[in-house]
Each structure stands twice: as C-alpha cells, then as structure tokens.
Design a protein around this ligand. Sequence first.
Ligand code: NAD
Ligand code: MG
Length: 353
Amino acid sequence: MKRVALLGATGSIGRQAVEIVESHPELQLVAAASGSQPLDGLAPLTQVGGDLTELLERAEPDVVLNAVVGFAGLPATLWALERGVTLALANKESLVAAGELALEAQERGGGLLLPVDSEHSAAFQCLEGRAPEQVDSLVLTGSGGPFRGRKREELEDVTPQEALAHPTWNMGPKITVDSATLANKGLELIEAHFLLGLPYDRIEVVLQPTSVVHALVRLRDGASLGHLGYPDMRVPISFALTYPERAETPLPGLDLAGGLVLEFEAPDLETFPLLALARRAGEQGGTYPCAFNAANEVAVAAFLEGRLPFLGIAETVEEALADVDGAPARNLDDLVEADTAARRLAERGLAVR
Ligand code: NAD
Ligand code: MG
C-alpha cells in the first residue's frame, strides 16, 4: 500500500490523479489539499489553503504528488525532498525557482524525485539506467500552443479565451497561457536542467504540433530515443504514482495504421520571446529563474484579468528581469525575497503601462 498526499487536488492534474488513485487498490489517498475550493471528504485529511507542510506532517505519506500551481508549491516540494519522501512533481514552478536548493534537499533526504510533467517523465524514461557519458543532448518537444505560426502583429488583440483554447492539452488556466506564450517551454527547460542534470546548451526545444512525441534523447552514437503516446496526463501521473511498477492505464496505444503525423519545426523565438528569456535566466542562475517565474506569474494573472494584452506578458517579464539584482539562492528566505521583489517590479511595470 502506498500512502499518497495530493496537493492541488481540485485542479486539472489533481482530478486526473484522483482517477488514477481510485483505479489502483495499492494506492491510498491519505491527504488532499486545495487553494480555495472545498474538498468534501476526498481524503481522511483535507486542507483548504494554509501551510501545506502542516498537512504533510500529519499525513505521513509515502509519496507527495505536488500539483499546486505556482511558487506556492515550493515549501511542499522542499518538505518531501528533505525527508526522502518520494516526490511526484507536477508543480514545475517550485523546481524552476529553487532548483539548486531542491537538489541539495534531495541529496540530504535521499528520496526519489519523479517528474509528472509529460516531457520530463518521457525524458526520465529514455534516460533511465543510461550512463551520462552516452547522452549527447535532450530534445524537449512542445505543441507550440494555439498561436503557433502567427506573427507579432497577429497577436496584438488576442483574448484570454483564445489563449485558453489549447490545441492538444486540456490544462489549468495558468499553464495554458504559458503554453500560448512558450513560457511553459522556458520553465520546462529550466526544470529539465535541474531534474535531469544537463547543461542548458545540451537541451534543445523543438515544436511537434500533435503532441505525440513527448521527448527525445540524442545519444553519442547518433541514435535518438523517443517517447511517444497520445497527449494524456494520466500516463505520466500513473507512471510517477506506481513507479517502478508501471501499472496499466485504460488509455489506448498509438493507432499507427490510422495515420500519425509527426512533423517537427523550430520555435519562433522572435514572436514568442519568453522562451529565450527563460533560457537566459536559467543560464544566469542564482535567483534569476525565481524572478523569471514570479514576473511571469504576475503577468499571466494580469492577462487573464484583462489588465494586460497578450504581448504585454513577455514585455512585463523582460522589463522586470532587467531590473532584478541577481543574487545567489542560498536558502528559502533568499528565494521568497527574490520572488517578492520580482513580483513588485512586475506590478510596477503593469501600473505604468
Ligand atoms: P490548476 O489551476 O488546474 O490547479 C491548481 C491546483 O492548485 C488547484 O487544486 C488549486 O486549488 C491548487 N492551489 C493553488 N494555489 C494553492 C495554494 N496556495 N495552496 C494549495 N493549493 C493551491 O492547475 P494544473 O493545470 O492542474 O497545474 C498544476 C501544476 O501542474 C502546475 O505547476 C502546472 O505547471 C503543472 N502541470 C500541469 C499539466 C496539466 O496538464 N494540467 C501538465 C504538466 C504540468
Ligand atoms: Mg509539459
């Protein structure tokens, strides 16, 4: 029996995780948390809002599935890693903001950090059991979002409703907007750097519009290993929760005879500048990735509230990052400070637009 604590239980990932837990008798939901929505007896221990680590202390889980959205998920990520409790991580923002601290905590705790983000789950599986020197590079794939192929002038007036119409994935609002700006691929690039231990110049981003190829690993002998499947988060959720058994899911295998389109293209970095901004923040290191994430959270919220045009998201992040003082990320306090400062800069940018 595996005791599962599910954080962000009412969200897109959270609801799919409940489905996976319910279909596996060996998985037991011992705690569930949300930000504000009621949980109505979903688990023996529930918590709406508040300090998630208090819930985790009481729940004594074997695995924490962190499916909270945003920087708010960070204390729970560090809690699990520090204690060697298996962490199934959907909350990419915590690893982006606190990558170095998270890896140090994992080293002390000695537990597993299993990706739930589909690309990272795919890459993890392609890399598993492979000696690092055999690996040349990682290819992170992305759909390109609803605005793939458009130029800047065609994005001036796009609405939140249009940005929320993702072509291949059905997800929460924040990550869906991030997919439309390519900030999501930028966050994933930083996430992959920490999670898979690869330098930034060995992580490439490529668009694959049907979202069937979740990641590719290029090996030094010229071979590439890919991970394919229909876009459905229940697969990586199930993989992480049932690791290493890899339990069955009700999902169909690929229908190859029915025709499968696998085209690749380069992302348009000029139209979607957040991907390159994220790469630069990652390379700068220290608190820069944390600041990138914070400014992006503020800008996305403003866009969803109708306070900022779509193209203003990248502008707000770029301006905030230009004013950030880079600092080493030594502890959680440093990160909370960097997060707060970057949020303030982004809000100030919004106020003077
Ligand atoms: P969502 O908006 O649908 O759900 C977010 C959940 O977090 C909700 O249950 C909400 O109540 C909870 N929450 C928010 N703030 C909280 C707080 N302060 N304390 C406790 N709970 C809080 O988001 P989602 O799409 O499920 O995404 C969750 C995370 O998973 C994000 O980090 C996202 O990037 C990542 N992710 C999602 C998908 C997907 O398909 N949805 C895919 C890959 C990665
Ligand atoms: Mg992803």
